[in-house]
Design a protein around this ligand. Structure first.
Ligand code: SF4
Length: 323
């Protein structure tokens, strides 16, 4: 029996690709990837429903290296989809070799995403991965070059499909046929396609040299204000943001909370001089509920002897520009 390793996002196409191969008696294992920008939840759910083994692989380090300088550039946000797919298939290919799978596959459909799933992009992705010959796309295989597993008779090409384009009518018919009812909408679930997140990430890459993972986690919460002097401060927008900021492990920032008045948690870089720290405190405190002109102290959260700054509340200090 042939053994195949498939990229499983948890979306309908990746589920259908598995069904098509299972119908041929192929033994399928899924693989999904984890970075600060996307996680395994949808894939875990799909694998459970399908009853298949799922490999979850954290690729944060190599993904970050690629993300800073993708050979084929970014999509509408900071999503370097061609390079990202190339990297995922490279890693899947290495696991294929190590664990004795016969080939790898994806749920990609030719022409479904005009930029990253046209014939040329699929070819580039294959080349980037180093496993071009081994990558089967069961949903569009009959429109694509024959792959090694097809040539070797490990897969019956005549039972693969010829889906093409953005119309998903045939996928919905197949879902009905296989009794697949519960699947997520086609949105990628990848933060790199989110315009707001992408703006913050671009700002981070442009302004900070080394970008540890904790810094990326910080991009997920709060108002981000880049001061004209250079440093960035982060101000919680609500209770949820405050909790998120307090829960992120990092060493570069003070986490301040206002004393005696309601207001947001605020992250201020530790390496600021006293003058800048005062300016940053003014911005943070401007979101507290205090009286105009009232003196407010912010103190390192949870530290009775921690760093503190006294400043004056004024709504007029609220920043006007956000990252
Ligand atoms: S949407 Fe995100 S996870 Fe998907 S290929 Fe593009 S960058 Fe990678």
């Amino acid at each position: 029996m042939s053994k195949a390793l498939g990229l499983l996002s948890g979306g309908l196409d990746s589920i259908l690709a598995i069904k098509v191969l299972e119908e041929q008696g192929i033994n399928v294992t899924g693989i999904t990837f984890v970075t600060p920008f996307f996680g395994p939840k949808k894939a875990e759910k799909a694998a459970k429903t399908l009853g298949i083994r799922l490999i979850i692989k954290n690729i944060t380090e190599e993904h970050l290296v690629m993300l800073k300088n993708p050979r084929y550039g970014y999509g509408s946000g900071m999503n370097p989809c061609i390079d990202c797919h190339g990297l995922m298939l490279k890693i899947a290919g290495e696991i294929m070799e190590r664990e004795g799978f016969d080939f790898i596959f994806t749920g990609e459909v030719l022409g479904e995403r005009p930029m990253s799933q046209n014939k040329q992009s699929l070819g580039i992705v294959g080349k980037l991965s180093g496993y071009r010959e081994y990558i089967l796309r069961p949903l569009s295989a009959r429109l694509l070059e024959e792959t090694k597993p097809e040539k070797e008779g490990r897969v019956d090409r005549s039972r693969l499909l010829d889906l093409n384009g953005r119309q998903r009518t045939r996928q919905f018919e197949m879902a009905e046929k296989y009794g697949i009812k519960d699947y997520p909408n086609p949105a990628s679930g990848c933060l790199l396609t989110d315009p707001g997140f992408s703006k913050r990430l671009r700002d981070l890459f442009e302004n900070e040299g080394d970008v540890p993972t904790g810094e990326i986690e910080l991009l997920k919460a709060g108002r981000h204000v880049r001061m004209k002097e250079g440093p960035k401060i982060i101000i919680g927008r609500n209770e949820g943001d405050n909790m998120s900021l307090a829960g992120i492990e990092q060493s570069k920032y003070y986490l301040f909370a206002p004393m005696g008045v309601k207001g947001p948690y605020c992250m201020i870089p530790k390496n600021m001089n006293a003058e800048l720290l005062d300016k940053a405190a003014l911005l943070c405190v401007s979101y507290c509920s205090a009286q105009e002109g009232e003196e407010v102290t912010i103190r390192e959260k949870g530290k009775s002897q921690g760093k503190s700054v006294k400043t004056i509340f004024s709504k007029s200090n609220r920043p006007t520009e956000f990252v």
